[in-house]
Ligand binder design. Structure first.
Ligand SMILES: Nc1ncnc2c1ncn2[C@@H]1O[C@H](COP(=O)(O)OP(=O)(O)O)[C@@H](O)[C@H]1O
Ligand SMILES: [Mg+2]
Length: 159
């Protein structure tokens, strides 16, 4: 069974917690564990924060973030996959390889750790970024849900 949602929101700091809670609420469709939910929230929070603080440095009214999620639930309802795409239409990233490297930040003086992309990679099962200077950035992430639970059931069934 498949499910889908698309959310467009103003790129302001006040919307960061709304964005991560909205994606987490959508993910409930897949019956995630608390750890999986927390991983998703953490990754979404990093991606959305980047749109706000980096993409739209001169934030103005009309700057927007688009979040699209697709959820695929397997027939056994024990596991599934969540695809998340977070898009901004801001300044874009010139050198993606450098930006993704741990500890790289262009806002060093302002308490940025340069670990946002690393956190997204660590907490999600798949991660990629597309970006074009002056046009914006799209972060794509995939989280597999319920793999451990499904494995456990299979082990018990085969025992
Ligand atoms: N959406 C974005 N638009 C433009 N630049 C970005 C975006 N996301 C990340 N970057 C660039 O990549 C760098 C690394 O991002 P990240 O790993 O999250 O570290 P941090 O946010 O702490 O700087 C940022 O400093 C910024 O230069
Ligand atoms: Mg960041």
């Amino acid at each position: 069974m498949n499910n889908y949602m698309k959310l467009e929101l103003a790129a302001i700091g006040e919307n960061e917690s709304f964005a991560r809670s909205a994606v987490a609420a959508f993910a409930l469709f897949l019956n995630p564990s608390l750890t999986e939910l927390s991983d998703i929230k953490t990754a979404v929070s990093e991606a959305v924060t980047n749109c706000i603080v980096h993409a739209y440095r001169q934030g103005k009214e009309g700057d927007k973030i688009v979040i699209e999620c697709r959820a695929c639930l397997c027939p056994d309802a024990l596991h599934g996959t969540l695809h998340i795409e977070i898009t901004d239409y801001g300044c874009g990233i010139d050198d993606l390889e450098r930006a993704i490297a741990p500890f790289y930040t262009t806002l060093g003086d302002e308490e940025r750790s340069g670990m946002g992309f690393t956190i997204m990679q660590t907490f999600m099962d798949d991660f990629s970024v597309e970006s074009e200077r002056g046009r914006g950035t799209k972060v794509k992430m995939v989280k597999k849900i319920g793999i451990e639970a499904a494995d456990e059931v299979e082990k018990r069934a085969n025992a």
